[in-house]
Design a binder for this molecule. Structure first.
Ligand code: HEM
Length: 242
């Protein structure tokens, strides 16, 4: 029987769910506007009840995404100022060392993958990529939403530029999430067929031992050696342990 550890609190699970649903709706209502000549675009627009509804849903979800980004940072700032969290998502020099260490392990040059803390370098990269992408999508989205207002504040050339940026960044965000994020959450051998931790909040102690040994050691007040980590347990064989 596996032991379970709480990895994500209720607030983090709700934030993920909201982002997931809103982002999916933004893709389903935004991309058919970009590829409006295709058959699938027409099917999707019909599903959402016509082009006026599709645009209205896109704008509504855009506002929700903007608000959720603001709320996320306000809450993060609050916990950081109140010293109720470690700065676990901030990139550090160790992340670069870990990235090189992992590459060496994948190439067979090193016999062990580096041990990670609460978030590994890939998770941090994905998180900050999403933050940067959200800021671009929200800023350019609002320029498209209120073009006459925007033209009063910034030069008018910004409007077609915002359209190109929004359109292409939107497609890229969709591809990054479907290819990269779905791989990490579903197809990666460590978690295949599906990583449920962000929905249930729970993760098995075995997975913590393999994927976040430094955090587990801190939680249990032990050293990596006490945990029995590092006897050739790399990421490649972690899937067999789950
Ligand atoms: C990350 C999520 C988002 C994705 C994937 C996305 C995607 C898209 C795409 C592909 C288009 C069509 C562009 C074209 O015609 O070439 C579009 C249009 C548009 N988007 Fe977004 N978008 C996102 C977020 C937002 C946000 C946050 C807002 C802000 C309210 C917004 C507001 C708009 C507006 C106003 C349009 C023009 C179409 C219209 O007038 O309804 N979008 N979006």
């Amino acid at each position: 029987m596996s032991e379970y550890i709480v990895r994500f609190n209720v607030q983090q699970r709700i934030e993920h769910l909201v982002t997931m649903v809103v982002f999916a709706l933004l893709c389903f209502t935004g991309l058919p506007q970009k590829f409006y000549t295709t058959g699938w675009a027409h099917v999707l627009v019909d599903v959402f009840g016509g082009i006026d509804n599709t645009r209205a849903i896109h704008r509504f979800c855009g506002v929700v995404l903007a608000l959720s980004t603001v709320v996320h940072f306000a809450m993060a700032l609050n916990t950081i100022v109140g010293k109720r969290t470690r700065l676990s998502m901030v990139p550090s020099k160790q992340d670069f060392t870990d990235a090189i260490g992992t590459l060496r392990y994948y190439l067979g040059v090193a016999d062990k993958a580096p041990p990670f803390d609460r978030y590994d370098y890939r998770m941090k990269f994905e998180y900050w990529g999403l933050v940067a992408g959200n800021i671009i999508m929200v800023l350019t989205g609002f320029v498209l939403y209120f073009p006459t207002l925007a033209a009063r504040v910034v030069p008018g050339e910004i409007i077609p530029a915002a359209k190109v940026a929004h359109s292409n960044e939107g497609l890229m965000a969709f591809l990054v999430i479907t290819i990269w994020h779905i791989y990490n959450a579903h197809l990666n051998p460590d978690v295949f067929p599906f990583d449920t931790s962000i929905f249930t909040g729970k993760i098995s102690r075995e997975r913590m031992l393999h994927e976040h040994p430094l955090e587990l050691a801190r939680m249990e007040g032990k050293s990596l050696a006490d945990l029995g980590h590092g006897h050739g347990h790399g990421h490649a064989d972690a899937g067999k342990m789950g």
